[in-house]
Design a protein around this ligand. Structure first.
Ligand code: PFF
Length: 497
């Protein structure tokens, strides 16, 4: 069943790198990394985060690229090729990016609204009213969040529709450097504000007394989300890699670039936050509320210019991540059902938009909420707190035990004398350290759900998250059993690992 690599993938190393870094760099870097740094005590969190990137992030990423590159096909067939009992991971590997995309694009839409406001000098950039309450008023309205979501989703669908090299690769080669330039401009502005050094100290001078167990797990969870691990993305992008592309070097480079951009986002945000005497521990509101206050305090024209550049940056980051999320289900549908890519992209994007519209409206429309909580929180909890750790830990175990040392070393391009030691370190980390760490993230996720920290305070709400996640996992396992029974009875494990 596993086919040979088809000639439809990335055409250059630079293009591959920009697309994979583009998938990694997203709202996770610009939105959740800074607020988690704020909540987790600044530099101490950053320090732990960097260790986790090396010990867990890069190791898991290598594993995902290896299976994707060796199969050359979509996520479900890749996992099906490893063992007839690992297809369920493939099903989840397609369902999870689909679900994440549904709410991720809503935030992309909000960012468009902010950029438009700053460009036009209207809304949050009008200089009138309280920007904090404006965010609430906007997200709770029913019409405009859906309109902006549509614009965002449309752009993403168009890029994916053109395919991997003409769409994703080409777009990433332009969007990622543009993102970098925007980020540097905002960092320079932020660093030249009065008292900027306080923000830098917060980011770079660790206070380990603030580090507690949950801080470490929060850093680990952030690494997974930020490096797009456990969601089929790197398997799908790995399947489009050319033979000449080196998995080891690429994974390290992606880990480094993702972390550097997250740090630059911190350097853009914290000096400004401290300079204007605002709260670094503002949580998720840091991006849309605290920063809007920062831009408002910069004065009409300057604030508008930097606000527009900053939200342009957020949009670029969210687009390149969203194209990766959309590509996973589209690749599967195109390959499995032999449907034209344009049609497949539009259909999946249309369904995602439909679900996303309910999510966008759920902030203001009680009927679309679950136990009084918006759907974005529900979708985020189901995917990130439960399913993602399950798929990520299972993938690490599967890859760790299945990939032969010789093949891994070939894929990593390691030289002879380092081969044994590299494999031993990688094998130890991916079989033991990474899965145990991820299972702790699952544990804390479940704890947060039951303690009410995840946003749901009623037992019905908490059960809604847990049961939906269980249903999805059970559904994927049943689908695996049915697939084996119906058409894969004699299937041999066809993927050479
Ligand atoms: N890594 C992205 C971020 O940091 O925002 C989020 C993401 C993108 C997760 C793509 C998963 C994914 F497949």
């Amino acid at each position: 069943m596993i086919k040979q690599k088809q000639n439809k993938g990335f055409t250059s190393k630079f293009g591959f790198l920009m697309a994979t870094v583009g998938s990694a760099v997203g709202l996770g870097n610009l939105w959740s990394f800074p607020y988690r740094v704020g909540e987790g005590g600044g530099a101490a969190f950053v320090f732990i985060y960097i260790i986790m990137v090396c010990l867990v992030g890069v190791i898991a990423m290598i594993g995902e690229f290896v299976i994707g590159k060796r199969s050359g096909v979509n996520v479900i067939d890749t996992f099906g090729g490893i063992s007839k009992w690992s297809k369920w991971l493939g099903y989840l590997g397609v369902i999870v990016p689909f679900l994440i995309l549904c709410y991720y694009q809503v935030i992309g839409g909000w960012s468009i609204k902010y950029m438009v406001d700053y460009i036009g000098g209207i809304g949050v950039a009008s200089g009138e009213g309280n920007v904090g309450s404006m965010f609430g008023t906007f997200t709770q309205s029913v019409d405009m969040p859906v309109v902006y979501l549509f614009v965002f989703a449309f752009v993403v669908a168009i890029i994916v529709l053109f395919g991997v090299n003409k769409g994703i690769e080409k777009a990433s080669k332009i969007l990622m450097p543009a993102l970098f330039v925007c980020l540097i401009i905002v960092v320079i502005k932020s660093l030249t504000l009065p008292n900027a050094s306080e923000g830098l100290l917060f980011l770079f001078k660790p206070d380990f007394s603030k580090v507690k167990g949950p801080t470490i797990l929060s850093a680990l969870g952030q690494v997974f989300f930020s490096m797009s691990l456990g969601m089929g993305i790197n398997v799908a992008y790995g399947s489009y890699m050319k033979d000449s592309m080196n998995i080891g070097k690429s994974s390290v480079l992606i880990g480094v670039m993702d972390t550097v951009i997250a740090m630059l986002a911190g350097m853009a945000i914290f000096p400004a936050v401290f300079s204007f005497g605002l709260e670094p521990t503002a949580g998720p509101g840091l991006l849309f509320v605290v920063l809007a206050e920062v831009f408002a305090s910069m004065g009409a024209i300057v604030g508008r210019i930097f606000g527009a550049i900053f939200f342009m940056l957020v949009i670029l980051a969210a687009i390149t991540s969203s194209i990766a999320l959309l590509e996973v289900p589209v690749q599967f549908i195109v390959e499995r059902f032999h449907i034209n890519r344009k049609l497949a992209s539009m259909c999946v994007a249309g369904i995602v938009f439909g679900i996303g519209a309910f999510i966008a409206m759920s902030f203001g429309v009680k009927a679309f909420q679950v136990e009084g909580v918006d759907l974005l929180t529900l979708f985020d909890s189901i995917t990130n707190k439960i399913i993602l750790p399950i798929t990520a830990a299972s993938t690490c175990l599967l890859v760790g035990y299945k990939v032969k040392p010789k093949n891994l070393m070939n894929d990593l391009g390691a030289d002879k004398k380092n081969k044994v030691i590299i494999y031993k370190i990688w094998g130890f980390l991916i079989r033991y350290v990474t899965p145990i760490g991820i299972l702790c993230v699952l544990g804390i996720g479940i704890y947060e759900i039951f303690s009410g920290e995840a946003g749901f305070t009623t037992i019905e709400g908490k059960l809604a998250i847990i049961l939906t996640a269980i249903v999805l996992v059970v559904f994927s396992i049943i689908a695996n059993v049915i697939a084996n029974y119906l058409y894969d009875k004699k299937q041999k494990n066809s993927l050479q690992l």
